[in-house]
Design a protein around this ligand. Structure first.
Ligand code: AMP
Length: 565
């Protein structure tokens, strides 16, 4: 019996242990990148640094969180990214507003208790049920006003208004409890809770869903318009979007982002700047193609388009026509596209829905509605790409549904990725810096989806092991007296750039060789007391079992010759 109890408590402990283990898993849509795979990641990033460096780009490192407003304003509140996918949070010092936070929680979670007194339209029971909310919300108002005055919560007009409305609202509410029905009182409670819920206790920040807006913010903040123009920047790092995870689509994913920003000087010759912009666009595209070729990415296809600029005789006129045509076929479209006719008609062209393809093919095309300047710019981009030997497909359906995007848009796809096969998207965005409060500035950039590049490389047989490494050398030391020599040998070999594994405790010879084998070591350096005494060290090549004797210097010489250059 005791044994059984012992066993069941053991099982309990095991279950607890497992429960604990299960608690800590990478969050859905995020991944751990482990050694070996990270070698490929490093190579992909290092190659970007090298290639972009040769085109005159410098690295910029930016914070991972920024004000939510920065992205709301740049990406647009109508987009999926801003409306549904951002990880945002209120940023405040909990210790400063502890009581206020508790009072908010108490107000938001307050429910009328199901007490029994008879309740009629003017029943006395109503007072007993709803009166307590008065003091709960009274607390929010009192503590909120105090925090507001001390600047511990944002001193925004919204907060000021909400606190005033709550103060008035709670007085009115309490004063008229008896004149309302149960349902009406509950409705009034919800109204007050709604006001409490809108109070902002800190700045709204979010994990960046993309980095173009951050680069523009930094350009403005650091007065980069005063530097030699254009300013060419790249940024590598994680982005966060609450998307539905699938192969090639994650909630934390990595981008290699490139931006070229150029302050617009007044009175520049418009024709000249059109030609210059087109050359810059073409060079940026050439650079990413060179980069992908250097990586050995397979099945790379570049699609380009021009989406004109936001003017009645250009994109805006086209969008009106598109909208009118879409209205005519509305009934045949899916729910998403139907919604987009109003919010963002250009995005309908993005649709992958099979049933919509034939309809979309018959829609008016932006290429036929570009203004003279945009048409000229587009023709020049193509000429410049030809000059650079960059092959492209023209794809009239390639759009970026944001107002500030203009003229050049492009997308690159690669092999081995299934439906999520875009590895890079980019475009020109001349109005963005100004929209974010900076000087008039031209901009073109792109973002590479690093996860997808790696996936494509792996799917097409690029092994992370292909990364060239110094061979691994395992020091099999035996006898306490040899330890000092082993430590010194490890230090000198590492300093010379070799990879060395020095077991922390003495091992039997066979165990040491077994371990060396498991780690994939190429050599075992055998250091016994005899070797230390004679100064002649034994080096065993593990693949064929051959052995040689070397002096310390001779060993270094031999290893240097075998190292990959
Ligand atoms: P975007 O910033 O949406 O223009 O995306 C640029 C590139 O980033 C895309 O072409 C993808 O390669 C990559 N990307 C975008 N969203 C994700 C995601 N959720 N997971 C992985 N890669 C992504």
């Amino acid at each position: 019996m005791e044994q059984i109890q012992g066993l069941s408590s053991l099982a309990g402990a095991f279950q607890e242990h497992m429960a604990e283990k299960r608690k800590f898993q990478a969050i859905k849509g995020t991944r751990d990148l482990l050694p070996l795979e990270t070698e490929l990641w490093n190579r992909v990033e290092q190659t970007a640094r090298e290639v972009f460096g040769t085109f005159g780009f410098g690295e910029i490192r930016l914070p991972i969180f920024e004000p939510t407003e920065l992205f709301a304003r740049s990406i647009g509140t109508d987009t999926d990214v801003v409306a549904k996918e951002m990880y945002s949070f209120e940023d405040y010092d909990t210790s400063e507003i502890l009581e206020l936070l508790e009072s908010r929680k108490a107000a938001l979670t307050w429910v009328d208790s199901p007490v029994s007194p008879p309740y009629g339209p003017m029943g006395a029971g109503a007072q007993a049920i709803f009166q307590p909310l008065g003091s709960v919300i009274g607390n929010v108002v009192r503590l909120g006003l105090d925090a507001y005055q001390r600047g511990r919560i944002p001193r925004t007009p919204e907060n000021e208004r909400l606190l005033a409305d709550l103060k008035d609202g709670i007085g009115t509410f309490v004063g008229s409890i008896n004149s309302r029905s149960m349902g009406e009182n509950r409705q009034a409670v919800n109204g007050l809770k709604g006001l409490v819920g809108q109070l902002r206790f800190g700045d709204s920040l979010c994990l960046r869903p993309e980095v173009t807006a951050s680069v523009c913010r930094a350009y403005i903040e650091h007065n980069m318009h005063a530097l030699a123009q254009p300013v060419k920047l790249y940024c590598i790092g994680p982005m966060f979007r609450r998307e539905r995870p699938q192969k090639g689509r994650y909630r934390q994913f990595y981008q290699i982002d490139v931006e070229v920003l150029e302050a617009i000087t007044p009175n520049t010759d418009a024709t000249k700047s059109l030609g210059k912009d087109a050359a810059v666009d073409a060079e940026v595209i050439e650079m990413v193609m060179v980069y992908f070729a250097r990586l050995g990415l397979e099945g790379v296809q570049l699609d380009i388009n021009s989406i004109g600029h936001s003017a009645p005789d250009c994109r805006r006129g086209y969008v009106e026509k598109l909208k009118a045509e879409l209205e005519k076929v509305k009934d045949k479209l899916g729910a998403d596209s139907r919604r987009r006719i109003e919010t963002n008609p250009l995005r309908v062209l993005d649709s992958k829905l099979e049933s919509e393809q034939a309809i979309i093919e018959k829609l008016p095309r932006i290429g036929d509605h570009l203004c003279a300047d945009c048409a000229k710019h587009y023709a020049e981009v193509k000429r410049q790409l030809d000059l650079r030997g960059v092959a492209y497909h023209e794809n009239w359906r390639l759009v970026r549904g944001l107002d500030y995007y203009m003229r050049t848009t492009f997308e690159i796809t690669a092999r081995g990725l299934g439906s999520q096969n875009a590895v890079c998207g980019g475009g020109r965005y001349d109005g963005l810096v100004e929209l974010l409060g900076g000087p008039p500035t031209r901009g073109i950039g792109f973002a590479i989806g690093e996860d997808r590049v790696i996936l494509s490389l792996l799917e097409t047989g690029h092994s992370p092991l292909a990364t060239r490494h110094s061979p691994l050398l395992y020091i099999a030391w035996m006898g306490e007296k040899t330890l000092a020599t082993a430590i010194r040998a490890a230090r000198d070999l590492r300093q010379a750039g070799f990879r060395v594994e020095l077991p922390p405790v003495e091992q039997k010879f066979s165990k040491a060789l077994g371990q060396a084998d498991k780690l994939g070591a190429r050599y075992a350096l055998i250091l016994g007391e005899d070797e230390v005494a004679s100064g002649e060290w034994t080096l065993k090549t593990l693949a064929d079992g051959t052995q040689g004797k070397y002096s310390e210097e001779g060993l270094m010489e031999f290893l240097r010759k075998t190292r990959p250059s």
